[in-house]
Design a protein around this ligand. Structure first.
Ligand code: SF4
Length: 389
């Protein structure tokens, strides 16, 4: 008999499931807390549930995590997990610890159909959408693994960014219940400001998100004009910059923050010239102005892209032009370089594993449920620092 994976449900879905079992709605809240707040996966652990309910659940439901194919820990504390999602597909999640927060970068699709030129996931192509359970399972596993690993009883992950593999707004129906679970006080209790959906600009879905579950929004802009953005982010041909900025302004009416974050990957000689900065200023301060912050991202080169990282002085000069125009601008620190966990590197590694090395990884998993790789601590790099406006 097929059983339901309870990670697939937000609280409303779980209440409907409990009702079908002839149980009162409040039982769903108890169950939800056991699963998400306490990390329980066995119904026998849930001692304040009636024995009769535990028996019913044992016959109809399960709490099934994703299989971990590997775990890599960077010298800077960043941890990357590779999860098996079946049929030779794998997705990654990355934990990025900082002094004042712990951020988990979560995947929404196996591969991606958008095909941005600078993104190794885009070069991999699209396999399938993740289910709600597969999205939330990344957070469920990471949070409860980290509590044990760091010997902490309180919450470790304070922020979630939907910036892993995939375009979240092209998997909308699975995304929204996952977001609601992240926000739910009976689960992870994250504030809407601390959950960020990043989109390449799926305009109609930005409008729906604003109505259904307005969380913080990041938009992958990467170019200041349509011809260049058509080339870097092919979705621009469908939703050009003007439409995208209109959608951003509409979103701000619902957003938990009073700005949109524009992500801008700095590509040597492609989009990093002073003229490009001036065009950006014209865009966000002009007729289609939008309250925003810019996050400049050092590109992580991979061979198939044919692109190079902009030199750091050029990135800083670009940031200075934006800052001087009154736009809050940061330069993203590179994290997890030694484990290929930096932005845009997700999936380059996966591609190999999901094909030639997949079976080997699975065999390793059978012998050693989690393989922890700890690179030796590297000498500090002349890393890009966050630039304060
Ligand atoms: S940047 Fe995002 S939307 Fe573009 S190909 Fe990569 S994962 Fe897809």
């Amino acid at each position: 008999m097929t059983t339901a994976n309870l990670l697939e449900f937000d609280l409303e879905g779980l209440a409907a499931f409990c009702e079908k079992l002839g149980e009162k709605k409040f039982r769903a809240t108890q169950l939800f807390r056991w699963i998400h707040q306490r990390g329980a996966s066995e119904f026998g652990q849930m001692t304040d549930l009636a024995k009769s309910l535990r028996e019913k659940l044992a016959g109809t439901a399960r709490v099934e995590a994703l299989k971990v194919l590997s775990q890599h820990e960077s010298a800077d504390g960043t941890i990357k997990w590779l999860f098996d999602v079946g049929d030779g597909n794998a997705v990654e999640a990355v934990f990025i610890p900082e002094d004042d927060r712990g951020t988990l970068c979560v995947s929404s699709q196996a591969g991606c159909a958008v095909g941005c030129r600078f993104c190794s996931t885009g070069h991999q192509g699209f396999s399938r959408n993740l289910t709600t359970g597969e999205i939330i399972a990344q957070l469920w596993f990471a949070e409860h693994f980290l509590r044990k690993h760091l010997k902490r009883s309180e919450r470790v992950i304070s922020n979630v960014v939907m910036m892993g593999m995939g375009e979240p707004l092209q998997n909308y129906s699975a995304l929204v219940p996952a977001l609601r679970t992240m926000l739910d006080d009976n689960a992870y209790g994250l504030s809407r400001r601390r959950v960020t959906v990043s989109t390449s600009g799926v305009v109609p879905m930005m409008d729906r998100l604003g109505l259904d579950c307005p969380v913080a929004l990041a938009v992958s802009l990467h170019a200041p004009n349509d011809p260049l953005r058509d080339d870097l982010v092919p979705l621009n041909k469908k939703y050009p910059i003007e439409e995208l900025l209109d959608a951003c302004r509409r979103y701000l009416a619902h957003a938990p923050r009073d700005f949109i974050t524009f992500e801008y990957c700095m590509l040597d000689g492609v989009n990093d010239q002073p003229e490009h900065a001036r065009q950006l200023i014209g865009l966000v301060k002009g007729a289609h102005g939008v309250s925003c912050k810019f996050n400049l991202i050092p590109f992580n080169p991979f061979p198939a892209s044919g692109l190079l990282r902009s030199p750091q002085p050029r990135v800083l000069a670009f940031a200075k032009l934006l800052s001087e125009a009154g736009i809050v601008t940061t330069v993203r620190k590179t994290r997890g370089d030694d484990i290929d966990a930096a932005c845009g590197q997700l999936a380059g590694d996966v591609k190999d594993r999901t094909r030639a090395a997949e079976r080997m990884a699975q065999r390793r998993l059978a012998e050693h449920p989690v393989t922890v790789h700890r690179p030796r601590r590297a000498a500090a790099k002349p890393g890009v620092q966050e630039l304060e406006p």
